[in-house]
Ligand binder design. Structure first.
Ligand code: NAD
Length: 374
């Protein structure tokens, strides 16, 4: 195969400019090692800072167009947004709203306690926590259907609509069963506690119509997925169980906003948000994006943990490998995953979020070196 894969890169705000170069280092190392070719388009600056620097008129360079997104084989993006500008940015920070326009309905967010890392939960060892939050990514609270009612210049009423559809719910639950079956993106297939492949459905059925549809669809799809153990929990209870018995979980599927919130919590379970990789995956497109935001509290100091971004890029390669039938890309993901474990287990190089004093760059270089040796 001599095809060159076109990967579109988008930078972002805050720590984005620190973690993306480290991800690129690792991509370069794995490209060389696994023998495929990547052409990076950009990476383009996007986001709140770009918008401020451009007289609050444009959030991205003009040469970055809708077409650029459609022509790319995959996309990676750093976190965007600065707290002072939330709600005042030019739409989705790019020429298109990637999650909805590219129909990236599956947000895959692994939570794994890796070697050499301490969870916030006492007494948990590497491998004791190893589940995936599968967040529906195009519906529910973030459909952006709603508005304000203003009287005399005062906002008196704000409405958000909570929308879930048969198509949206069915496809994410099917994806959940598929993920539980394949064991992809996990340290080990099945739940750590009992080894069972399990799909947990976490939502608030009985209280909201959309979540009734979510749970009913989960039940309806059970007979054709009888090889996967079932488990349904109200989302509020799940936030409790996830802390009390994280090892019981394998893949946990949930509607959009719940997944957004719970995956930050899962960052704590795995020792740092800086370890939380993720991809936004659809049937035709995928973009890699760390679970966390732009971390303005530590930005500019070169101490952020680039692992989340590196893992996200690796997961993106795995997605592309599936789509193109290219095993080299799938091997690249496994190599990156192992290299992260090696560097963390070794413990000589650590960023401050993990109790160390190394820089983002030092950590990224160590992973790139480990990728070459794997
Ligand atoms: P955040 O995720 O940026 O930070 C939360 C905490 O986690 C902070 O203490 C931060 O230092 C730490 N942290 C995050 N990433 C880290 C890393 N790689 N290494 C070490 N520590 C890390 O959340 P926030 O402060 O609520 O949000 C900041 C901005 O990011 C906001 O403007 C928000 O809208 C935006 N945001 C963007 C995305 C995205 O682009 N996908 C996601 C979430 C938040």
């Amino acid at each position: 195969m001599s095809q060159k894969y076109k990967i579109l890169g988008l930078l972002g705000d805050g720590i984005a400019t620190e973690i993306i170069p480290e991800g690129l280092k690792v991509l370069e190392a794995v490209e060389e090692k696994c023998g495929f070719e990547i052409e990076i388009i950009g990476p383009y600056p996007v986001g709140a800072k770009y918008w401020i620097d451009h007289n609050m008129k444009q959030g991205w360079p003009e040469e970055l167009t809708k077409k650029t997104f459609y022509e790319a084989d995959a996309v990676f993006k750093g976190p965007t947004g600065l707290p002072d500008y939330v709600g005042r940015l030019p739409g989705p920070y790019t020429p298109i709203n990637m999650r909805t326009e590219l129909d990236l309905y599956a947000n895959i967010r692994p939570c794994r306690l890796r070697p050499g890392v301490k969870s916030v939960l006492a007494g948990r060892r590497p491998g004791d926590i190893d589940f995936i939050i599968l967040r529906e990514n195009t519906e529910q609270m973030y459909v952006n259907i709603g508005g304000f009612m203003k009287r005399g210049g005062e906002t008196e009423l704000a409405i958000d609509n909570y929308v879930q559809t048969k198509k949206g719910v069915e496809r994410i639950i099917k994806y959940g069963y598929k993920l539980a079956r394949s064991g992809e993106y996990k340290g080990k297939s099945g739940a750590p506690l009992d080894g069972k492949r399990r799909l947990t459905c976490a939502c608030k059925w009985g209280l909201t119509k959309g979540d009734d549809l979510f749970k009913d669809t989960y039940d309806k799809l059970a007979p054709e997925n009888a090889d996967i153990e079932r488990d349904a929990t109200w989302i509020d209870s799940w936030s409790y169980y996830a802390l009390m018995r994280p090892g019981f979980y394998d893949v946990v599927v949930m509607p959009n906003q719940y997944g957004d919130i719970m995956s930050d919590m899962s960052g704590a379970l795995q020792g740092s948000l800086g370890l939380a990789g993720s991809i936004n995956a659809g049937d035709k497109h995928c973009f890699a994006e760390a679970t966390h935001g732009s971390a303005p509290d530590i930005a500019g100091r070169g101490i952020s943990n680039p692992t989340s971004m590196i893992l996200s890029m690796g997961m993106m390669l795995n997605w592309l490998g599936d789509k193109r039938g290219d095993e080299r890309l799938k091997e690249a993901w496994l190599r990156i995953d192992r290299a992260i474990d090696t560097v963390l287990a070794n413990g000589n190089v650590r960023t401050p979020d993990l109790g160390g004093s190394n820089s983002t760059k030092q950590f990224g270089s160590s992973v790139a070196e480990a990728v070459k040796k794997e």
